[in-house]
Every structure is written in structure tokens, then in C-alpha cells.
Ligand binder design. Sequence first.
Ligand code: ADP
Length: 271
Amino acid sequence: MQTSPAAAPQATRAAREPELRVQGQAQCGEASAIPPLIQVSNLKKTYQTARGALNLFQGLNLQVEAGEMVAIVGQSGAGKSTLLHMLGALDTPSAGTVYCASTDVTKLTAREAAAFRNREIGYVWQFHYLLPEFSALENVAMPLLARGTPKRDALAAAAKWLSEVGLADRGDHRPGELSGGEQQRVALARALVNNPRLLLADEPTGDLDETTAGRVFDLIERLHASHGLTSILVTHNLELAGRCTRALRLESGQLGPLAYTPRTEDSGRQA
Ligand code: ADP
């Protein structure tokens, strides 16, 4: 396992503190004492396909400070999910480094990567992927059980998290007995039950109607702030992207700032 020499564990843990998180956000011309939570350098990814090599990334760079909430938008096929997978040690690049929480995740063995993900990263996908035969409470407790937490403690922590996402009274429901928004809330509780530093969300509201999507996004925003998270969200929803601290567009294998023009009726309301 490779660890960034610049990144003392205390410093990155301190990134959870709100005042330090503000300091940690990119201030032009100001050197931050806290290393970025994510530092991607010269990332390359090539897929070998039946039609030949698909060079998705040919030198992508990204830096995310602790405490940021970054949206990534881009057309279907631009590589958003692939990028998220490489940030979260679910996939490996063809070249380049991905420092995440002081660790070069590209150097981890499969076993180390699994432990790293369990400890440092909460994932939410467009579809909840809850286990249908288990209750909401048991689903939330799974990551804790996977790391060896005694069942009683895991269920107690899961109950606390279900309460945080507003589902204290749904613990014994199976996923099939919950609405789409409730399922995604349970998935969020499961993603965060291990107190990760980083939340990676791939179209977390993409399968929900507009009102429910807005409520789930409100919840993500609240949890991001109250738990000192660093969050990266892939979304097609430009309005939700505009609510993040930074919004980037992935296009032609490169990330750039997102130029967003609010819808006409929104502009009218603001005027
Ligand atoms: P997005 O999330 O932006 O829609 P993806 O990251 O899912 O894009 O995919 C980017 C491109 O890479 C797509 O053209 C997709 O077909 C291709 N791709 C993704 N995974 C693989 C794979 N395992 N093998 C070959 N091509 C892949």
C-alpha cells in the first residue's frame, strides 16, 4: 500500500472538522495545510474492445479538497462511471495515479482495495442494490458486519443511521416494501454506516421522480455537511449539479468547469 508522505493521518481526519473543511477548499493563491482528499494525476484508461482500443482518458487530472461537494456531468458514455470507479478503487487505470484519502489506490491489491473501500468510501448508485431478503435495518448493518463488528453493535449503529435518514420506523421493512425514495435513503444509510470520508454517488437520484429526487438530494446535502464528508456526485440534473460547491463537465476525456444557465422560469423567479 502506497501512502502519500505529505498526508499525515491526523491532518486528513481533521478534514472532518467544519472550520478546517472551509479552509481546505481551494482558495486562490492560498496554500492549504490539508492535502487534497483526492489527487488524480495523468490518468489514462484504455478499454480493449472488439473494435479495437477505446482510449477513454489520456491524461485526466483532478484535485478535490476535503469537504467539497463536486458534481460531474457529461453525456452518456463520456466515462463518468469509469472515473468514479477508479476514484473508489473499484477499477484500475491503464496509467496514472489516484491518491484518495492519502492512499494511491492504483497500487492496492484486491484485498487491500476491499478493506480500503469498506473503511473510506460510501457508494450510492442509481439503483439501490439492497438485498431483497433482508430488512432495511439488516441491509444498513451489512458493511459493519463485513468488517467484523458484533451483530448487536452493527444493528444499533444501523438503527441510528436509519433514524438519520428519516426511516426509524421502517427498520423491519424489506426493500420491496419501501418506496423508491425510501429505498435510496436506506442505500444512503448503508453507504455511510462505516463513517467513510468520501461519498461517491453515481446518478443517486436518476431513478426518482423530480420531487423525490429533490428530497433525496436535500438529504445528501445535509449528511454531507453534518458528517464532514467529501462528496462526488455524477448527475444528469444540471439544477442539482448547480447546488454543489463545484460542478465539472466530463467531455472528450477531460474535466472542465460546467457552464450552467438556469432554466428560464428559474431566472424569472430570481429576478
Ligand atoms: P458514462 O458513465 O459517462 O455513461 P461509462 O464510464 O459507463 O460512461 O463508459 C464510458 C465508455 O467506456 C462507454 O463507451 C462504454 O461503452 C465503455 N466501457 C465501459 N466499461 C467498459 C468495459 N469494461 N469494456 C469496454 N468498454 C467499456
